[in-house]
Design a protein around this ligand. Structure first.
Ligand code: NAD
Length: 270
């Protein structure tokens, strides 16, 4: 039988690579922001026995995202999307965090919808930090519609110039995008969910740990399982979300954080 195709954005990054290396039964399209990065990643996947092909695409460019989806469609039946492309607050630029994490997510979801078929599974990357932002009518409307002119300005009223706060807001936005898309994907028989990793020791996680060791130590002390996550801890769950084993699951988020957020929320209540 022909292998289904899974598109991985951020396919050269920590969680993208960890996930891609688990998808032995699929053909994967590896996408990232630069050609060199994509080519190296594809070589490495192939060394691990993964059927991989690359396509460079900047997730903030509508045109490049459309080209990526057209390329993916040509590879065969669209099994799903693993959308990991994103940046952390360490880029220190609220506009960049918004554009890559949230506008980029809206662009790829809209484009992927065009080629979604029965049993396509879309997995977006939120974060445990998205769970720390409460519901609010004003900013939620802007988070749900990041492609609208004016949304960024509304969110900036709340996050000011704080890139960490913008990161947390964009990750709440990812969960709202899932919520807003489940019915239209459902009509095609396809599914859309998100995963919210905790502190995972990829390059992104290590950089954050280096820059804020005190925060990481405090988080560790509140984590039920007493350790940070490994990329494989996330990749195994994404593999399940992509597979038919999760066939009745859509419109939801899976928090994979070793028990940190429940502990933070309980602490805040006391
Ligand atoms: N590592 C963690 O602790 C952690 C925790 C929670 C959530 N997450 C989320 O998981 C996802 C993956 O994180 P990671 O740890 O693998 O990070 P990473 O930095 O290793 O990978 C992210 C990838 O996205 C790519 N990327 C960045 N900007 C892009 C753009 N404009 N166009 C296309 N690609 C772009 C990068 O080149 C990189 O390969 C992110 O969305 C992140 O917010 C990570």
């Amino acid at each position: 039988m022909e292998k289904k195709v899974i598109l991985i954005t951020g396919g050269a990054g920590g969680l993208g690579v960890a996930t891609g290396n688990k998808l032995k039964d699929f053909k994967i399209v590896v996408s990232d922001y630069s050609e060199d990065v994509v080519n190296t990643a594809v070589e490495n996947y192939k060394k691990n026995g993964i059927d991989a092909i690359g396509f460079k695409s900047d997730i903030t460019s509508e045109e490049e995202v459309k080209n990526l989806i057209a390329f993916t469609k040509k590879q065969g039946s669209f099994g799903g999307l693993v959308h990991t492309a994103g940046v952390s607050e360490t880029v220190n630029n609220v506009d960049k965090v918004f554009n890559i994490n949230l506008r980029g997510t809206a662009l790829i979801v809209d484009a992927a919808y065009e080629i979604a078929e029965a049993d396509t599974s879309i997995v977006l990357f939120s974060s445990m930090m998205g769970h720390t932002i409460p519901a609010n009518d004003k900013y939620d409307e802007a988070l749900r519609n990041p492609l609208d002119e004016g949304s960024l300005a509304i969110i900036k009223e709340f996050v000011k110039d704080d890139s960490s706060m913008m990161y947390n807001f964009t990750k709440r936005g990812v969960m709202l995008i899932v919520e807003d898309n489940l019915m239209r994907f459902g009509k095609k028989g396809s599914r859309i969910n998100s995963i919210s990793p905790g502190v995972i020791m990829t390059k992104m996680g290590l950089k954050a740990a280096e820059e804020h060791p005190e925060i990481i130590n405090q988080m560790l002390s509140m984590t039920a399982l007493g350790r940070t996550g490994k990329p494989g801890d996330i990749a195994d769950v994404v593999k399940f979300m992509i597979s038919d084993d999760s066939r009745f699951m859509t419109g939801t988020d899976i928090l994979v954080d070793g028990g940190l957020v429940p502990s933070i929320l309980k602490h805040a209540e006391q």
